[in-house]
Design a protein around this ligand. Structure first.
Ligand SMILES: Nc1nc2c(c(=O)[nH]1)N[C@H]1C(S)=C(S)[C@@H](COP(=O)(O)O)O[C@H]1N2
Ligand SMILES: [Mo]
Length: 215
């Protein structure tokens, strides 16, 4: 851990490198944030279901999921509550790869994806937001399986790259922890935080934290 002075110095460096989004500050911890209790997943009955506007619905149990092609990425992640964590290392399965390799076949009308999680938590994005190099279905953080509070066995995660080569960056709440389903849809459907006042667009660099609907 850096002392407070060093932390500020590092934060300024990141700002100079154009890696610190507006209104964010650097954290060295990994805060845990979610609504409601932490689910106790039974890995033997766990599955991930892909449904909705797809040519064929599929579901993978844990063993099958672990045979899918795997990807490792390093990203900076940005929470709407104003912390950013840099150079975080994730391993898991890329939706982009699953589509490129024919494991998931979205129908032409599929324009949105809803992530369905334990306890009916959902979060929604345009399809492009999850079919990108900076979105991963993650099983591992920092070389180790996810901890339960960070979403074990599977979570969505999204952020920015150090070289800022990604097309768009959205806040971390658009990565569902304890993921159980991916629903492809022709129309959009607001998820949990989106219904509760968070921005649907959620662009980190435009600081789209809250929606103005109804305010
Ligand atoms: N299932 C579920 N996933 C969730 C949430 C939640 O309430 N339930 N909260 C989101 C929010 S608001 C954030 S900031 C991130 C936090 O991830 P972390 O706890 O690993 O830091 O998870 C997101 N994924
Ligand atoms: Mo959040």
């Amino acid at each position: 851990m850096l002392n407070p002075f060093k932390r500020k110095q590092k934060e300024n460096e990141l700002r100079d490198e154009n890696r610190l989004p507006p209104g964010q500050s650097l954290t060295q911890k990994f805060p845990v944030l979610h609504y409601g209790p932490t689910p106790q997943t039974d890995i033997n009955s766990w599955d991930l279901r892909v449904f909705g506007a797809v040519e064929e619905e599929v579901s993978w149990n844990w063993e099958e999921f672990n045979k899918l092609p795997r990807t490792k990425i390093v990203m900076d992640i940005h929470c709407v509550t104003r912390w950013s964590k840099f150079d975080t290392e994730w391993e898991g399965v890329s939706i982009k790869t699953l589509i490129d390799e024919g494991f998931i076949k979205p129908k032409p009308e599929a324009k949105f994806v809803v992530q369905h999680c334990e306890y009916n938590y959902t979060t929604n994005t345009p399809i492009e937001a999850v079919v990108r190099d900076n979105f991963l279905l993650a099983t591992h953080f920092d070389g180790k399986p996810l901890t339960v509070e960070h979403g074990w066995p599977l979570r969505g995660v999204t952020g920015s790259f150090a070289d800022r080569s990604e097309e768009k960056t959205i806040y971390l709440w658009k990565g569902g922890k304890w993921l159980r389903g991916l629903e492809f849809r022709a129309d959009d459907k607001l998820g949990f935080w989106e219904v509760n006042g968070y921005s649907n667009e959620a662009d980190v660099w435009k600081e789209q934290r809250f929606s103005r609907r109804g305010w």
